[in-house]
Design a protein. Structure first.
Length: 367
């Protein structure tokens, strides 16, 4: 089902990474909308636009935004086609990108020969918001000497431009490039899948560490396998198969009112017990008892402690990095002050990956 509305643009609030934030008058309602410039062109005040209102009518986590489907005021203008790889395939919004692997790419030869991550640590996250404390920890614990590339998968938002977080992290110098993979688009590089995306991060963008995560808009169904963050496990397997070091970011909360996400989320437990087929590094944040014991007990109960390399460490300095750079990140609307353990868990993953990047042979043996 697609719900639609027609309205008139009354304000262009912001433009970032190919996306405009608009205020639209639709009947008696004032609506917020996102306009993807590469799909529907530039919108201006006074333009009549058709909106997809599905997310707001279902009260989904889109931040209260509708999406522009068509601009009725602007004439259709031909746009240059980049490359031969189609994103949003077989939909009305399909469009081409120049993939890093294809023959027309200046990096084609590099990608032809790329076969290994050469022991590069890769932090695989379950939620988009985790990339901020991971990146902050990598910056802090390597003294800013670590080149970090974000690989965005296609299990949530497909357009990178929807993320406010990524431009903020880039401007702060905490991430140094983005590869969008699969059907996702908008990165500095486009790759056909997560395997070639990881190789591009390493061999084209020169990453010392990569962070893999879905974009904005996690999907969950309160079932064991029905959640979009399950691609965390797929990414962990890909990292190992390419000769990288897979680091799993735990999703921990002592503030989430839902029992299935309290302490270690059932999403993380599924990924590490059922989906990840290889031995991963699993950093655990240094929490005050009894919370640390509760987390370690869950990992033991689900067979994760026996299957993976568990390490307890403190990455809390990363939270000060976020504060210093005025990076305000939330999880399910909760701030660092309201859900500190969530952010400490991601920071611990980044801190561990930083040590792997600096002295891999020492930390690699930790179990």
């Amino acid at each position: 089902m697609i719900s639609k509305a027609i309205g008139t643009v009354t304000e262009v609030r912001q433009t970032r990474a190919g996306v405009q934030e608009l205020v639209v008058q639709s009947g008696d309602e004032i609506r917020l909308a996102l306009n993807h410039i590469n799909l529907t062109g530039v919108a201006d005040v006074g333009d009549a636009v058709v909106l997809n209102t599905t997310a707001t009518e279902l009260d989904l986590g889109s931040g209260g935004y509708d999406f522009v489907i068509h601009n009725l005021t602007r004439p259709l203008e031909p746009t240059p086609m980049d490359g031969h790889i189609v994103r949003l395939r077989y939909t009305p919004m399909q469009h081409t990108v120049l993939a890093v692997e294809e023959p027309a790419s200046p990096h084609h030869e590099v990608m032809q020969n790329a076969a290994s991550l050469d022991g590069m640590p890769v932090v695989c996250c379950g939620l988009h918001s985790q990339i901020a404390p991971v990146a902050a920890a990598l910056h802090h614990y390597t003294g800013g000497r670590c080149r970090v590339v974000y690989v965005m998968t296609d299990s949530a938002s497909l357009a990178l431009g929807v993320s406010r977080l990524v431009p903020t992290l880039s401007e702060a110098g905490l991430i140094h490039g983005v590869v969008t993979v699969g059907q996702a688009y908008g990165g500095d590089l486009e790759a056909v899948n997560v395997y070639s995306g990881l190789l591009a991060a390493r061999h084209v963008m020169g990453a010392d560490v990569a962070i893999v995560s879905q974009g904005v808009g996690n999907t969950g169904t309160a079932t064991t396998f029905g959640f979009s963050g399950i691609d965390q496990g797929i990414a962990l397997n890909a990292v190992a198969s390419l000769g990288g070091i897979p680091v799993a970011c735990l999703r921990i909360s002592f503030a989430d009112p839902r029992p299935r996400h309290y302490r270690v989320s059932h999403h993380t437990l599924t990924v590490l017990s059922k989906v990840a087929l290889i031995r991963c590094h699993v950093p655990v944040p240094e929490l005050a008892p009894p919370r640390l014991w509760e987390v370690l007990g869950q990992l033991e109960e689900h067979g994760i402690a026996a299957k993976h390399l568990i390490r307890v460490l403190d990455g809390s300095a990363a939270l000060e990095v976020l504060r210093k750079h005025h990076i305000h990140v939330t999880t399910m609307g909760r701030t660092v002050l309201e859900d500190r353990e969530y952010f400490l868990a991601a920071a611990a993953a980044g801190a561990h990956a930083a040590e792997l990047a600096v002295m891999p042979e020492t930390v690699k043996q930790v179990g």
